[in-house]
Design a protein around this ligand. Structure first.
Ligand SMILES: [Zn+2]
Length: 225
């Protein structure tokens, strides 16, 4: 008898707690056990249903929070990567970045001299051998080959037809036909071909034609090389 009473009182306490109400469990010895069981029987399922709904909503919110956190972290990570390559702003709006994170500006576009057969058709960025090179913009890798004085060269063709040449590389991590995203690693700085030390010789050729000044092209894209 007293065992049943304690159980009945406990059920009431559990149900009221689950329903989020501030009722206190009735004193078990003040109510006949039949009454308690009857009173509890109906609200019990409704209260448990409510508790289940609350729990499900909490789980949904927790899932949404986790997803938002993950996206924030991914965006911050992406933002940090893009900032390394000179782009500051909304990661989703990034179109052009610098080809290297760490470099020195060396021989400029259009120079003439004993090092070049004709005018210097690109911009040289001095950098450590093995320094990662990244795609300055999203595009397709259209050539990877040793190209005489250019050494190991990767050509990235942008959607508007502009060719971007990366020359004197040590390693290439992309293949012809591969689509790359802006700031995606494509290879490393080297000194292959006609080169006196590790550096990137970058060429920008609108429509695959004559080269233009890569620094001006980068500046026009909003960067500060
Ligand atoms: Zn050069």
């Amino acid at each position: 008898m007293s065992h049943l009473l304690r159980r009945a009182g406990l059920v009431v306490a559990v149900v009221t707690a689950a329903a989020g109400l501030s009722l206190t469990a009735p004193r078990a010895d003040a109510v006949a056990p039949e009454t308690v069981v009857r009173e509890v029987a109906a609200p019990r399922s409704a209260a448990l249903d409510l508790a289940r709904q609350v729990r499900e909503r909490q789980q949904t919110l927790a899932t949404l929070n986790r997803q938002a956190d993950a996206r924030d972290r991914a965006l911050l990570g992406r933002q940090a990567v893009l900032a390394t390559y000179g782009y500051v702003g909304d990661p989703d709006a990034a179109r052009v970045v610098l080809p290297l994170a760490s470099y020195g500006i060396s021989a400029g576009f259009g120079l003439t001299g004993p090092l070049w057969e004709a005018e210097h058709g690109g911009q040289d960025f001095s950098a450590s051998a093995g320094e990662p090179l990244v795609a300055v913009a999203a595009g397709e890798v259209t050539d990877v080959a040793y190209a005489g004085p250019y050494g190991l060269r990767t050509i990235l063709t942008l959607p508007d037809g502009t060719e971007v040449w990366y020359c004197h590389q040590t390693d290439v991590s992309v293949q012809v036909g591969q689509l790359v995203d802006v700031a995606e690693a494509i290879g490393t700085v080297g000194s292959t071909g006609n080169s006196t030390g590790p550096h990137l010789h970058l060429e920008v050729r609108p429509d695959g034609g004559d080269p233009v000044d890569p620094l001006e092209w980068l500046v026009e894209a909003g960067l500060t090389p």
